[in-house]
Design a protein around this ligand. Sequence first.
Ligand code: HMG
Ligand code: MG
Length: 304
Amino acid sequence: MSDKVTLIEMGPRDGLQNEPRQLPLPLKEELVHRLAGAGLTRIEVGAFVSPRRVPQMADSGALLARLPRSPRLSYGALVPNEQGLAAALAAGVQEIGLFTACSDGFTRANLGVDVEISLARFAPLAAEARRQGVRVRGYLSTVIACPYDGVTRPKRVASLAARLLDMGCHEISLGDTIGVGTPGSVAPMLDAVLSEVPAGQVAVHFHDTYGQALANLLPALERGVRLIDSAVAGLGGCPYAPGASGNVASEEVVYLLHGLGMSTGIDLAALATTGAWVSRALGRQNGSKVGRAMTAHRHQEHAS
Ligand code: HMG
Ligand code: MG
Protein backbone atom coordinates (compact mmCIF):
# COMPACT_ATOMS: atom_id res chain seq x y z
CA MET A 1 0.00 0.00 0.00
CA SER A 2 1.32 3.44 -0.93
CA ASP A 3 2.97 5.52 1.77
CA LYS A 4 2.30 8.73 -0.14
CA VAL A 5 -0.58 10.81 1.18
CA THR A 6 -2.03 13.87 -0.55
CA LEU A 7 -3.44 16.70 1.52
CA ILE A 8 -6.19 18.78 -0.03
CA GLU A 9 -5.79 22.16 1.63
CA MET A 10 -9.09 23.70 2.74
CA GLY A 11 -7.70 26.82 4.44
CA PRO A 12 -8.65 29.47 1.88
CA ARG A 13 -12.21 28.06 1.47
CA ASP A 14 -13.59 26.07 4.44
CA GLY A 15 -11.00 27.84 6.60
CA LEU A 16 -12.18 31.34 5.80
CA GLN A 17 -15.87 30.91 4.97
CA ASN A 18 -17.00 31.22 8.57
CA GLU A 19 -14.43 33.71 9.88
CA PRO A 20 -15.98 36.87 11.33
CA ARG A 21 -13.10 38.89 9.90
CA GLN A 22 -12.85 39.01 6.10
CA LEU A 23 -9.29 38.35 4.97
CA PRO A 24 -8.45 41.04 2.39
CA LEU A 25 -7.78 39.82 -1.14
CA PRO A 26 -3.99 40.45 -1.14
CA LEU A 27 -3.72 38.40 2.08
CA LYS A 28 -5.78 35.57 0.58
CA GLU A 29 -3.40 35.63 -2.36
CA GLU A 30 -0.43 35.51 0.00
CA LEU A 31 -2.02 32.63 1.91
CA VAL A 32 -2.33 30.53 -1.25
CA HIS A 33 1.20 31.50 -2.26
CA ARG A 34 2.58 30.43 1.13
CA LEU A 35 0.63 27.15 1.10
CA ALA A 36 1.95 26.31 -2.36
CA GLY A 37 5.44 27.25 -1.18
CA ALA A 38 5.08 24.80 1.73
CA GLY A 39 4.41 22.02 -0.79
CA LEU A 40 0.62 21.81 -0.96
CA THR A 41 -0.37 20.90 -4.52
CA ARG A 42 -4.17 20.82 -4.24
CA ILE A 43 -5.69 23.94 -2.72
CA GLU A 44 -9.39 24.77 -2.47
CA VAL A 45 -9.26 28.51 -2.96
CA GLY A 46 -12.91 29.58 -2.85
CA ALA A 47 -16.58 28.99 -3.46
CA PHE A 48 -18.85 30.33 -6.19
CA VAL A 49 -21.88 30.50 -3.92
CA SER A 50 -24.38 33.23 -3.11
CA PRO A 51 -22.43 36.22 -1.74
CA ARG A 52 -25.40 37.02 0.49
CA ARG A 53 -25.12 33.60 2.10
CA VAL A 54 -21.31 33.48 2.39
CA PRO A 55 -19.83 36.96 1.90
CA GLN A 56 -16.33 35.72 2.79
CA MET A 57 -16.20 33.85 -0.54
CA ALA A 58 -17.48 36.70 -2.73
CA ASP A 59 -14.00 37.48 -4.08
CA SER A 60 -13.24 33.92 -5.24
CA GLY A 61 -13.15 34.94 -8.92
CA ALA A 62 -10.91 37.92 -8.17
CA LEU A 63 -8.59 35.69 -6.15
CA LEU A 64 -8.28 33.14 -8.94
CA ALA A 65 -7.46 35.92 -11.40
CA ARG A 66 -4.44 36.86 -9.25
CA LEU A 67 -3.07 33.38 -8.65
CA PRO A 68 -0.07 32.07 -10.56
CA ARG A 69 -0.63 28.90 -12.60
CA SER A 70 1.66 25.92 -12.56
CA PRO A 71 1.22 22.35 -13.79
CA ARG A 72 2.18 21.30 -10.25
CA LEU A 73 -0.77 23.14 -8.70
CA SER A 74 -4.49 22.45 -8.81
CA TYR A 75 -6.95 25.07 -7.60
CA GLY A 76 -10.44 23.98 -6.64
CA ALA A 77 -13.65 25.79 -5.74
CA LEU A 78 -17.13 24.85 -4.56
CA VAL A 79 -20.01 25.15 -7.00
CA PRO A 80 -23.68 24.91 -5.89
CA ASN A 81 -25.53 25.56 -9.16
CA GLU A 82 -25.32 26.57 -12.82
CA GLN A 83 -24.50 30.19 -11.99
CA GLY A 84 -21.62 29.05 -9.81
CA LEU A 85 -20.35 26.67 -12.48
CA ALA A 86 -20.27 29.40 -15.11
CA ALA A 87 -18.31 31.67 -12.77
CA ALA A 88 -15.90 28.91 -11.74
CA LEU A 89 -15.19 27.93 -15.35
CA ALA A 90 -14.68 31.57 -16.32
CA ALA A 91 -12.20 31.92 -13.44
CA GLY A 92 -10.21 28.94 -14.73
CA VAL A 93 -10.41 26.46 -11.85
CA GLN A 94 -8.85 23.04 -12.35
CA GLU A 95 -11.43 21.35 -10.16
CA ILE A 96 -14.95 22.05 -8.96
CA GLY A 97 -16.49 20.65 -5.80
CA LEU A 98 -20.18 19.72 -5.97
CA PHE A 99 -21.47 19.50 -2.42
CA THR A 100 -24.44 17.80 -0.89
CA ALA A 101 -25.04 15.82 2.30
CA CYS A 102 -26.44 12.56 3.61
CA SER A 103 -29.31 14.33 5.36
CA ASP A 104 -32.10 16.53 4.06
CA GLY A 105 -32.05 18.86 7.08
CA PHE A 106 -28.48 20.04 6.50
CA THR A 107 -28.87 20.11 2.71
CA ARG A 108 -31.94 22.33 2.98
CA ALA A 109 -30.10 24.71 5.31
CA ASN A 110 -26.98 24.72 3.12
CA LEU A 111 -28.41 24.62 -0.40
CA GLY A 112 -32.11 25.32 0.04
CA VAL A 113 -33.17 21.96 -1.43
CA ASP A 114 -33.24 18.33 -0.29
CA VAL A 115 -30.58 15.75 -1.17
CA GLU A 116 -32.41 14.26 -4.17
CA ILE A 117 -32.96 17.65 -5.79
CA SER A 118 -29.32 18.60 -5.19
CA LEU A 119 -28.17 15.43 -6.95
CA ALA A 120 -30.51 16.03 -9.87
CA ARG A 121 -29.07 19.54 -10.20
CA PHE A 122 -25.49 18.34 -10.05
CA ALA A 123 -25.67 15.76 -12.84
CA PRO A 124 -25.63 18.29 -15.72
CA LEU A 125 -23.06 20.44 -13.88
CA ALA A 126 -20.70 17.49 -13.56
CA ALA A 127 -21.14 16.60 -17.23
CA GLU A 128 -20.46 20.18 -18.37
CA ALA A 129 -17.38 20.60 -16.17
CA ARG A 130 -15.93 17.34 -17.45
CA ARG A 131 -16.69 18.32 -21.03
CA GLN A 132 -14.55 21.40 -20.40
CA GLY A 133 -11.70 19.34 -18.93
CA VAL A 134 -12.34 20.36 -15.32
CA ARG A 135 -12.18 17.68 -12.66
CA VAL A 136 -15.22 17.14 -10.45
CA ARG A 137 -14.97 16.35 -6.75
CA GLY A 138 -18.07 15.24 -4.86
CA TYR A 139 -18.62 16.26 -1.25
CA LEU A 140 -20.89 14.42 1.12
CA SER A 141 -21.51 16.21 4.40
CA THR A 142 -23.02 14.78 7.61
CA VAL A 143 -21.52 11.33 7.05
CA ILE A 144 -21.66 10.59 10.79
CA ALA A 145 -24.48 12.81 12.01
CA CYS A 146 -26.52 15.84 11.03
CA PRO A 147 -27.17 18.81 13.32
CA TYR A 148 -30.84 18.72 12.25
CA ASP A 149 -31.63 15.06 11.48
CA GLY A 150 -29.42 13.09 13.90
CA VAL A 151 -27.33 9.99 13.23
CA THR A 152 -26.54 8.96 9.64
CA ARG A 153 -26.60 5.28 8.62
CA PRO A 154 -23.36 4.05 6.98
CA LYS A 155 -25.34 2.44 4.13
CA ARG A 156 -26.83 5.81 3.28
CA VAL A 157 -23.33 7.31 2.95
CA ALA A 158 -22.21 4.41 0.77
CA SER A 159 -25.13 4.62 -1.66
CA LEU A 160 -24.81 8.40 -2.06
CA ALA A 161 -21.05 8.11 -2.56
CA ALA A 162 -21.66 5.54 -5.32
CA ARG A 163 -24.13 7.88 -7.00
CA LEU A 164 -21.66 10.77 -6.99
CA LEU A 165 -19.04 8.48 -8.47
CA ASP A 166 -21.48 7.38 -11.21
CA MET A 167 -22.12 11.05 -11.93
CA GLY A 168 -18.47 11.47 -12.91
CA CYS A 169 -16.85 12.64 -9.67
CA HIS A 170 -13.23 11.49 -9.62
CA GLU A 171 -13.25 11.36 -5.82
CA ILE A 172 -15.69 11.63 -2.95
CA SER A 173 -14.86 13.67 0.13
CA LEU A 174 -16.59 12.32 3.22
CA GLY A 175 -17.38 15.14 5.63
CA ASP A 176 -17.91 14.79 9.36
CA THR A 177 -19.31 18.30 9.20
CA ILE A 178 -19.98 18.72 12.92
CA GLY A 179 -16.96 16.70 14.05
CA VAL A 180 -18.83 14.24 16.27
CA GLY A 181 -17.36 11.00 14.91
CA THR A 182 -14.90 8.75 16.73
CA PRO A 183 -12.95 5.83 15.24
CA GLY A 184 -15.86 3.72 16.56
CA SER A 185 -18.35 5.37 14.18
CA VAL A 186 -15.94 6.35 11.40
CA ALA A 187 -14.69 2.78 10.82
CA PRO A 188 -18.11 1.25 9.97
CA MET A 189 -18.95 4.28 7.81
CA LEU A 190 -15.71 3.80 5.87
CA ASP A 191 -16.26 0.04 5.56
CA ALA A 192 -19.64 0.70 3.98
CA VAL A 193 -18.30 3.33 1.57
CA LEU A 194 -15.27 1.25 0.60
CA SER A 195 -17.57 -1.61 -0.41
CA GLU A 196 -18.87 0.76 -3.14
CA VAL A 197 -15.99 3.15 -3.92
CA PRO A 198 -12.29 2.26 -4.40
CA ALA A 199 -10.07 3.59 -1.59
CA GLY A 200 -8.08 5.64 -4.11
CA GLN A 201 -11.19 7.72 -4.81
CA VAL A 202 -12.12 8.39 -1.20
CA ALA A 203 -11.06 11.48 0.75
CA VAL A 204 -11.82 12.19 4.39
CA HIS A 205 -12.85 15.62 5.65
CA PHE A 206 -12.94 15.73 9.42
CA HIS A 207 -13.90 18.70 11.53
CA ASP A 208 -12.39 18.68 15.00
CA THR A 209 -15.27 19.86 17.20
CA TYR A 210 -14.82 17.03 19.72
CA GLY A 211 -11.06 16.69 19.27
CA GLN A 212 -11.40 13.37 17.40
CA ALA A 213 -10.35 14.38 13.91
CA LEU A 214 -6.76 13.19 14.11
CA ALA A 215 -7.80 9.88 15.72
CA ASN A 216 -10.38 9.44 12.97
CA LEU A 217 -7.65 9.56 10.33
CA LEU A 218 -6.20 6.30 11.61
CA PRO A 219 -9.06 4.01 10.52
CA ALA A 220 -9.03 5.82 7.17
CA LEU A 221 -5.28 5.28 6.69
CA GLU A 222 -5.59 1.64 7.80
CA ARG A 223 -8.19 1.12 5.07
CA GLY A 224 -6.01 2.58 2.33
CA VAL A 225 -7.41 6.10 2.13
CA ARG A 226 -4.62 8.44 0.99
CA LEU A 227 -6.51 11.71 0.42
CA ILE A 228 -6.99 13.97 3.42
CA ASP A 229 -8.77 17.34 3.57
CA SER A 230 -7.31 19.65 6.19
CA ALA A 231 -6.88 23.35 6.88
CA VAL A 232 -3.80 25.25 7.99
CA ALA A 233 -4.03 26.44 11.62
CA GLY A 234 -7.16 24.30 12.05
CA LEU A 235 -9.27 26.99 10.42
CA GLY A 236 -12.78 26.19 9.29
CA GLY A 237 -16.43 25.68 9.95
CA CYS A 238 -19.69 25.89 8.14
CA PRO A 239 -22.22 28.69 8.61
CA TYR A 240 -25.01 26.09 8.30
CA ALA A 241 -23.59 23.67 10.89
CA PRO A 242 -24.17 25.42 14.21
CA GLY A 243 -21.45 24.80 16.79
CA ALA A 244 -19.10 23.03 14.39
CA SER A 245 -15.45 23.97 14.71
CA GLY A 246 -12.43 23.94 12.42
CA ASN A 247 -11.04 21.31 10.10
CA VAL A 248 -8.30 19.02 11.29
CA ALA A 249 -5.17 21.19 11.16
CA SER A 250 -2.87 20.52 8.22
CA GLU A 251 0.13 20.82 10.55
CA GLU A 252 -1.24 18.03 12.80
CA VAL A 253 -1.89 15.80 9.79
CA VAL A 254 1.62 16.27 8.38
CA TYR A 255 3.23 15.70 11.80
CA LEU A 256 1.20 12.51 12.25
CA LEU A 257 1.92 11.18 8.76
CA HIS A 258 5.65 11.88 8.91
CA GLY A 259 5.69 10.22 12.34
CA LEU A 260 4.12 7.15 10.73
CA GLY A 261 6.86 7.17 8.09
CA MET A 262 4.50 8.31 5.33
CA SER A 263 5.38 11.00 2.81
CA THR A 264 3.44 14.16 2.03
CA GLY A 265 5.86 16.36 0.07
CA ILE A 266 5.11 19.11 2.58
CA ASP A 267 7.64 21.23 4.45
CA LEU A 268 6.16 21.22 7.96
CA ALA A 269 8.21 24.20 9.17
CA ALA A 270 6.98 26.35 6.28
CA LEU A 271 3.41 25.17 6.91
CA ALA A 272 3.66 26.01 10.62
CA THR A 273 4.96 29.48 9.79
CA THR A 274 2.02 29.94 7.41
CA GLY A 275 -0.43 28.88 10.11
CA ALA A 276 1.05 31.37 12.58
CA TRP A 277 0.97 34.10 9.93
CA VAL A 278 -2.68 33.56 8.91
CA SER A 279 -3.80 33.32 12.56
CA ARG A 280 -2.20 36.72 13.23
CA ALA A 281 -3.81 38.16 10.09
CA LEU A 282 -7.23 36.95 11.29
CA GLY A 283 -6.64 38.07 14.87
CA ARG A 284 -7.34 34.59 16.25
CA GLN A 285 -5.46 31.97 18.22
CA ASN A 286 -3.60 29.44 16.09
CA GLY A 287 -5.80 26.33 16.19
CA SER A 288 -2.90 23.97 15.50
CA LYS A 289 -1.04 22.57 18.51
CA VAL A 290 1.83 21.45 16.27
CA GLY A 291 1.94 24.92 14.73
CA ARG A 292 1.97 26.58 18.13
CA ALA A 293 4.72 24.28 19.43
CA MET A 294 6.88 24.69 16.37
CA THR A 295 6.59 28.45 16.08
CA ALA A 296 6.64 29.39 19.78
CA HIS A 297 9.70 27.32 20.65
CA ARG A 298 11.26 27.01 17.19
CA HIS A 299 11.12 23.22 17.57
CA GLN A 300 12.34 21.06 14.75
CA GLU A 301 10.04 18.42 13.38
CA HIS A 302 10.67 15.54 15.81
CA ALA A 303 8.58 13.01 14.00
CA SER A 304 10.71 12.38 10.94
P1 HMG B 1 -30.71 30.87 -2.47
O1 HMG B 1 -30.46 32.15 -1.79
O2 HMG B 1 -31.26 29.78 -1.62
O3 HMG B 1 -31.73 31.13 -3.63
O4 HMG B 1 -29.40 30.35 -3.16
P2 HMG B 1 -31.57 31.55 -5.16
O5 HMG B 1 -31.02 30.40 -5.92
O6 HMG B 1 -32.92 32.02 -5.52
O7 HMG B 1 -30.54 32.78 -5.24
C1 HMG B 1 -30.71 33.95 -4.50
C2 HMG B 1 -29.66 34.98 -4.87
O8 HMG B 1 -28.36 34.40 -4.88
C3 HMG B 1 -29.86 35.57 -6.25
O9 HMG B 1 -29.41 36.92 -6.20
C4 HMG B 1 -28.92 34.78 -7.12
O10 HMG B 1 -28.52 35.47 -8.27
C5 HMG B 1 -27.77 34.58 -6.19
P3 HMG B 1 -30.40 38.18 -6.09
O11 HMG B 1 -31.20 38.13 -7.35
O12 HMG B 1 -31.26 37.91 -4.88
O13 HMG B 1 -29.48 39.34 -5.97
N1 HMG B 1 -27.00 33.38 -6.52
C6 HMG B 1 -25.67 33.38 -6.72
N2 HMG B 1 -24.74 34.35 -6.68
C7 HMG B 1 -23.47 33.99 -6.94
N3 HMG B 1 -23.09 32.73 -7.21
C8 HMG B 1 -24.00 31.74 -7.26
C9 HMG B 1 -25.33 32.06 -7.00
N4 HMG B 1 -26.48 31.32 -6.97
C10 HMG B 1 -27.48 32.14 -6.67
N5 HMG B 1 -23.61 30.50 -7.51
C11 HMG B 1 -27.65 28.77 -3.24
C12 HMG B 1 -29.12 29.00 -3.43
C13 HMG B 1 -27.38 27.32 -3.48
C14 HMG B 1 -26.90 29.60 -4.23
C15 HMG B 1 -27.31 29.19 -1.80
O14 HMG B 1 -28.05 28.46 -0.92
C16 HMG B 1 -25.83 29.05 -1.51
O15 HMG B 1 -25.01 29.80 -1.99
N6 HMG B 1 -25.47 28.05 -0.68
C17 HMG B 1 -24.07 27.75 -0.39
C18 HMG B 1 -23.86 27.63 1.07
C19 HMG B 1 -22.40 27.41 1.35
O16 HMG B 1 -21.52 27.92 0.68
N7 HMG B 1 -22.12 26.63 2.44
C20 HMG B 1 -20.77 26.36 2.87
C21 HMG B 1 -20.06 25.37 2.01
S1 HMG B 1 -20.52 23.67 2.29
C22 HMG B 1 -19.46 23.15 3.57
O17 HMG B 1 -18.79 23.95 4.18
C23 HMG B 1 -19.36 21.68 3.88
C24 HMG B 1 -18.05 21.05 3.38
O18 HMG B 1 -16.92 21.73 3.93
C25 HMG B 1 -17.98 19.57 3.79
C26 HMG B 1 -18.26 19.33 5.27
O19 HMG B 1 -17.59 19.92 6.13
O20 HMG B 1 -19.16 18.49 5.53
C27 HMG B 1 -17.95 21.12 1.85
MG1 MG C 1 -16.08 21.37 5.91
